[in-house]
Ligand binder design. Structure first.
Ligand SMILES: Nc1ncnc2c1ncn2[C@@H]1O[C@H](COP(=O)(O)OP(=O)(O)O)[C@@H](O)[C@H]1O
Ligand SMILES: [Mg+2]
Length: 259
């Protein structure tokens, strides 16, 4: 069971789109996937058509509530084989304040997921959709994770953004004591082949990070932005379109990189 956090402190760069669609494509390839929605906005939950219900999230566990349901009890099936989810709810946002004085606040998720790894049914990959803000939730995700996958939008100043994210990952590794955290890779998203800017960003980021950038590039696609409104991952909403093809390709490359 490998735990992969999908993170970038910037909003709107394709974290949720990548967490949901990579998870669905890996599940389609018959890997057992658990998607954890750790963003209070709950976009990943609704993008899979799973109802967001009060009390159904990691809030209780993260705040140390003794009566909280365990991770296994929080896992729900999705309409898709091999893909299950722990949903989010707005209450998760409260963790940032509620945990201020708690000494275990940064490592709770790590503890429960590592217990689950030892005792739960077989899961190949846990994919965590992180919120954009650099707070307790994102720190918990990076403290628990084996690797971090960084979606990077092909836009102006992408390299500056990338430097900030890499710096942030280093800092969280230190505060959370998760020295083993590795960079799974950077995924370039919302690529527009018609613009010089997109092409420039791709070559700059590749020059900078080399093999740490996935070969697969996710193009800008209307279908990808429509799919969450229909509560479906792209492999179900538009199975033969360019968006589904690119996330399947990303899943193949991701699997090929696992040794
Ligand atoms: N490849 C893409 N093509 C078109 N729209 C996209 C693509 N990736 C993401 N989007 C859209 O951009 C917005 C932000 O994406 P999202 O995945 O929610 O980012 P984040 O989770 O980082 O905030 C959403 O409206 C989403 O539908
Ligand atoms: Mg998101």
């Amino acid at each position: 069971m490998k735990i992969v956090a999908v993170a970038n402190q910037k909003g709107g760069v394709g974290k949720t789109t990548t967490a949901v669609n990579l998870s669905a494509a890996l599940a389609e390839a018959e890997r057992e996937i658990l998607l954890i929605d750790l963003d209070p906005q709950a976009n990943a939950s609704s993008a899979l058509g799973v109802e967001v219900v009060a009390g159904r999230s990691l809030h209780g566990i993260l705040t140390g509530d003794e009566n909280a349901r365990s991770v296994s009890e929080q896992i729900q099936p999705t309409p898709y084989p091999h893909l299950s989810i722990v949903t989010s709810e707005l209450d998760l946002a409260g963790c940032e304040i509620q945990l201020a004085a708690d000494i275990n606040r940064l490592t709770r998720l790590r503890t429960v997921l590592h217990d689950y790894r030892a005792t739960g049914p077989k899961i190949d990959f846990v994919v965590i959709d992180c919120p954009p803000s650099l707070g307790v939730l994102m720190t918990n995700a990076l403290a628990a994770a084996d690797s971090v996958l960084v979606p990077l939008q092909c836009e102006y100043l992408a390299l500056e953004g990338l430097a900030k994210i890499l710096e942030m990952i280093e800092r969280i590794k230190q505060v959370s004591g998760n020295g083993a955290l590795i960079l799974e890779g950077v995924v370039l998203t919302m690529y527009d082949a018609r613009t010089n800017l997109s092409q420039q960003v791709v070559s700059d980021v590749r020059n900078h990070l080399g093999r740490q950038v996935f070969d697969t590039i996710i193009p800008r696609s209307i279908r990808l932005s429509e799919a969450p409104g229909h509560g479906k991952p792209i492999v179900a909403y538009d199975p033969s379109g360019v968006g589904a093809q690119s996330y399947r390709e990303l899943a193949r490359e991701f699997l090929a990189r696992q040794t």
